[in-house]
Design a protein around this ligand. Structure first.
Ligand SMILES: [Ca+2]
Length: 349
């Protein structure tokens, strides 16, 4: 009997190992909320070519372009990838409390670097994007990761309408914000600036959240070297991304940069492989009123604030109060490893 007892005791362990392996290998289910947008297009095609991810839906938010153009672009992108199985839905038409700001200046007249993709063979889903998010999260509790790469209007609307989704979402990995200055102005990054009220709702919701910001995206410059690698292959997706990257590299050169920052694709990259970045926990608030700082993501690096107590005519510091981190804020990235990953996935290798 003794001879067999050891192997028998290993069976539960073996079962656990096999289960753990299966879980580890099952793809992460994601909904990408997007305002396509050139870097959105790169992000979406990276996701669709990565076996680590199962893209459940694209929900479209106005931002780089208006909602209608964004929806048309999203449908053309899934069609280009031959993936009409992916649900594509429209969403909000404008930010919560301010006018829409569109960015054809950077993204081209059609939002896709003025490249004319073939008409989409895919059909739009009639549901309202935030409702679709609510529905999908309830249908797969604790399994859906939200990857917002545009202004956070749709995600905020979903949370406002049904706060019960918050503990049911696996994780939020968003492109937006910065802890070292903005691109719209001195302080604000565009996705957050375009709807700071929505962003504050999303940051304070209470779910696991990773912020892939402007400052870390600026470290991932897609330069001529990577473009040449991409040019070694041909196919509908490869050729389209080559043209997009070419357009963006030329545009960046006009502003003195040697490459184009891969903002939205990096958020997808973090969803694929979180080890690409270092992201310490911080408490982040979004400034919704500041004279010069509306739309800034204000990050508390040491997660504490002074406790000032009124004594007579003055406040006296009596200690420190802890503030709970609400975001993992990306501060470092293995840029070359990420860019190689991007190129190899778009090349289909
Ligand atoms: Ca975007």
């Amino acid at each position: 009997m003794k001879r067999f007892s050891a192997p028998c005791s290993l069976i539960p362990l073996l079962f656990f190992f096999l289960l753990a392996t299966a879980v580890a290998e099952s793809p992460r289910r994601v909904i990408i909320d997007t305002d396509p947008g050139v870097d959105d297009a790169m992000a979406i095609l990276l996701a669709l070519n990565s076996p680590e991810l199962k893209v459940e839906a694209l929900t479209v938010v106005p931002g780089n372009v208006d909602g209608q153009q964004g929806l048309e672009n999203a449908l053309k992108l899934v069609s280009l990838a031959g993936r009409c199985d992916i649900t594509v839905a429209g969403g909000a038409h404008h930010p919560l409390n301010q006018k829409l700001i569109t960015a054809q200046f950077w993204h081209g007249k059609n939002g896709l670097a003025n490249i004319e993709l073939p008409p989409s063979k895919c059909k739009v889903d009639g549901r309202f994007g935030p409702d679709l998010i609510i529905e999908m999260v309830h249908a797969a509790p604790h399994e859906i990761t939200l990857v917002p790469v545009g202004p956070l209007t749709n995600i905020a609307l979903a949370v406002e309408k049904d706060p019960s989704i918050v503990p049911l979402v696996k994780e939020v990995i968003l492109m937006g914000g910065s802890i070292s200055g903005g691109n719209v102005n001195a302080s604000a990054e565009a996705n957050i600036y375009n709807d700071p009220d929505a962003a504050q709702i999303v940051f304070q919701a209470g779910w696991p959240l990773t912020m892939v910001g402007l400052d870390v995206g600026d470290k991932t410059l897609f330069s001529q070297k990577y473009l040449e690698q991409l040019g070694k292959n041909h196919g509908p997706m490869n050729d389209f991304i080559y043209q997009v990257a070419h357009y963006l590299i030329d545009l960046s050169a006009k502003f003195g940069s040697s490459g184009t920052p891969m903002y939205d694709p990096l958020a997808v990259g973090v969803a694929i492989d979180a080890s690409l970045v270092k992201a310490p926990p911080m408490h982040v608030d979004v400034e919704t009123r500041g004279e010069f700082t509306r739309g800034e993501t204000v990050a508390n690096r040491h997660n504490a604030v002074e406790r000032n107590v009124l004594h007579g005519d003055r406040y006296i510091i009596e200690g420190l109060d802890r503030v709970e981190p609400n975001a993992n804020v990306c501060v470092e990235v293995e840029a070359d490893r990420f860019l190689q990953l991007f190129v190899s996935r778009i090349r289909g290798k």
